[in-house]
Design a protein around this ligand. Structure first.
Ligand code: SF4
Ligand code: SF4
Length: 111
């Protein structure tokens, strides 16, 4: 293509046959997720008031959220699949953006 060539604007949906239904992407929500991110190792990097029974020191001396044998965080309420220490949860849990890239990646790996 030479400099100055005019490029026509293309309607990207124009190539989809009219009889094909395009499904809307389902909304990402913690309430429709089996707490995928609560099965990851969560480091405790600052004091947020996590109760002692949910704190573990790993073999390298790092402070983490305790996890049960099935991998889920010990602070996860297994009846509701919600955090039982929400107001005291570690910074890492606060910073995970629901629907953000990391959340989507975690959910995809958990399928
Ligand atoms: S932040 Fe993302 S991965 Fe974590 S519970 Fe919510 S939807 Fe699931
Ligand atoms: S502290 Fe709460 S939000 Fe963080 S991993 Fe545990 S259950 Fe999930």
């Amino acid at each position: 293509m030479s400099i100055g060539t005019t490029v026509p604007l293309v309607n990207l949906t124009a190539n989809i046959p009219s009889d094909v239904q395009v499904e809307p992407r389902p909304a990402v929500s913690c309430s429709s997720c089996e707490a995928s991110c609560c099965r990851l190792e969560v480091f405790i990097l600052s004091e947020t008031g996590v109760p002692d029974q949910h704190i573990e020191i790993d073999q390298w001396g790092a402070t983490t959220m305790a996890r049960l044998d099935d991998g889920w965080c010990s602070a996860l309420d297994r009846n509701t699949m919600r955090c039982s220490i929400y107001n005291k949860r570690p910074d890492i849990c606060r910073e995970l953006d629901m629907g953000g890239d990391e959340c989507l990646s975690i959910r995809a790996e958990d399928r």
